[in-house]
Design a protein around this ligand. Structure first.
Ligand SMILES: [Zn+2]
Length: 122
């Protein structure tokens, strides 16, 4: 099966076919900033592989609410280190951010979420 990507103009982000953003929110742009920074250190572009309106996220409330995004990880040379970098970068902005490196073979990705259900900065 071939996978077709399109590009969000001016944001330098590739979007996997079928990945549907509910909206371009401030949280999405913050997430994009972090993934963009980490990818560009290695001369790569971020690839959004899943967002909020994708059918597969029926059971994942933060995806459904538009506060979680999945990104390609395996095009980076050291995905585990990049995941740590993402977590450090995002949690320095707000502790509600979390980056989880899902290592499932064939479906490895970064799951990045902003948990609006948690209390924010004091
Ligand atoms: Zn996810």
């Amino acid at each position: 099966m071939s996978i077709i990507y399109h590009t969000i103009p001016d944001l330098d982000v590739e979007v996997k076919e079928g990945a549907q953003l509910a909206r371009i929110s401030g949280q999405f742009l913050t997430c994009l900033y972090a993934i963009w920074y980490v990818c560009h250190e290695q001369g790569k572009s971020p690839v959004l592989t899943g967002a909020s309106r994708d059918q597969v996220y029926d059971h994942e409330p933060l995806h459904q609410m538009g506060y979680a995004w999945d990104w390609r990880s395996e095009h980076l040379s050291d995905p585990a280190r990049a995941a740590q970098e993402l977590q450090t970068l995002l949690s320095s902005i707000d502790r509600r951010w979390r980056c989880v490196y899902i290592r499932t073979p064939g479906n490895a990705h970064y799951h990045i979420e902003y948990d609006v259900r948690k209390p924010g900065p004091e």
